[in-house]
Design a protein. Structure first.
Length: 253
């Protein structure tokens, strides 16, 4: 009797367990690999300079061109000295004259106790008050002592009656507000004369050009050229008061 070739019984038992186990493992592997829906991974950030990256506004050629063509800021002219519309006078001293000196001058009505009048010397801006006398002596000065201007009342019995005038034998004139303020223009204006002016009358002042920004000019008894700027007129009382800067070009010694 030939020997039996059938596998032993335990082999069938092992195979019955192993085959289903292999199927289960294969199913798990398959479901893990392709059976579930894929989750899209975030796309990596484009590298700097990548063709896909959008050009930024800073790196745009048009923007760079606009930056390069932007105008260069210019200094503010109003910050520089002397650039304002109301620039100061030209103080250049011509041959034969010294550099201009600077002081203050002014007019103020005196009390009407003894018909007082004010005299102003345009060589230095000094003023004094003295009695004007009575009758025909009103508005006259027996001893001007170098003064060029006289501020006097026609009659102290009336209100608003003080008048300003140049003293006799003096060279005084009015330099209009729109004229250049310089040695030459002031010397020329001094030849025009200055008659009596009622400072209480703002209309008369405006018509004559006696306004803020104008100047009284004189060639004084000492040969100096003086420019009395009218910088402030005060109408706060019955009579006007005037003040300003006085520039004087003295004759060279």
């Amino acid at each position: 009797m030939p020997p039996r070739t059938d596998p032993p019984r335990w082999a069938w038992w092992v195979g019955g367990i192993a085959i289903p186990l292999v199927g289960i493992v294969a199913t798990v592997i398959f479901s893990n690999g392709s059976g579930r829906d894929p989750v899209s991974a975030p796309a990596p950030a484009p590298a700097v300079g990548s063709p896909r990256s959008e050009p930024s506004a800073r790196s745009s050629p048009d923007h760079a061109s606009a930056e390069s063509e932007s105008p260069t800021p210019t200094p503010d002219a109003s910050a520089s000295p002397g650039a304002s519309a109301s620039s100061g006078p030209e103080l250049t001293a011509p041959a034969g004259y010294a550099q201009a000196t600077r002081t203050m001058w002014g007019l103020a009505p005196a009390p009407c106790n003894q018909h007082e009048q004010q005299l102003v010397d345009l060589d230095d801006g000094m003023s004094r008050v003295e009695p004007s006398g009575m009758g025909e002596d009103n508005g006259a000065s027996k001893d001007p002592r170098g003064a060029e201007l006289l501020y006097w009342p026609g009659s102290c019995n009336d209100q608003n009656n003080y008048l300003l005038r140049a003293l006799p034998n003096t060279r005084v004139g009015l330099l209009q507000a729109d004229m250049p303020k310089s040695f030459e223009s002031c010397k020329a204006a001094s030849r025009t004369g200055f008659g009596a002016l009622g400072l209480f009358d703002s209309y008369d002042r405006g018509k004559r050009g006696f306004v803020e920004g104008a100047a009284l000019c004189s060639v004084t008894d000492q040969g100096a050229v003086s420019m009395a700027l009218i910088e402030h007129i005060d109408d706060g009382s019955d009579e006007a008061s005037v003040s300003g800067t006085l520039y004087v070009w003295p004759k060279s010694s």
